[in-house]
Design a protein around this ligand. Sequence first.
Ligand SMILES: [Zn+2]
Length: 224
Amino acid sequence: MTTAAGATSEAVWVLPEEPIPVRLMNTVWADRRGVHDALRTCGDLEGWLAATGLSAGPVTNCQVDTFRDLRDALRRLAALLTDDSRPAAASPLQDLAQAVEAVNHAADAGPAGPRLRLRASRLERDETPTGATGALAAVARQAVALLTNDEDAARLSSCHAPGCVLYFIKSHPRQSWCSTACGNRARAARHYRRRRRGDGTRAESTGDRSHEISSVASHVAPDG
Ligand SMILES: [Zn+2]
């Protein structure tokens, strides 16, 4: 995977309705300028943790590189499950055993289970991850559950709209694209190819070549 030079990390997180492990996978995203990494700095990580509800406020022990390692491992495993051969989406971590090890390593990083919290003389179960390390472990454990649940794993998909590098969970069996925006672009590209084959002349521009991240982020109704 290469990332476009000079890209800024917009505080826009794509496909916000996806489960958190898929949202971590999708911190690699693309537009017409190329592939971008939304997790490059401690500020990026703080923003992502806040957006996913895993943590609010400053991250004391910034581990953006460990989150990227987990992200790349999850993208490799998602590629395995979805037969994903999109070159632009390929994880820099290709070795499957190493990807599994990276997920397990992250899962071991935080507290082993729920903790006890005392609030106004009442005992409560506290499952809120503690800091970046706890959040990392929480995401890894959710990923283990997702990737090994037959139903979830079967619904995990890679989006093959032109230029898209995202993963998503199908909300219905016929859903082919991660978002309405990708569905529209895929249909426009198909129409363009047909016209070019059909009448032998160069078709007009499809007029919808842009990959507007705001449209992707809105993740409007599932699209088949
Ligand atoms: Zn897509």
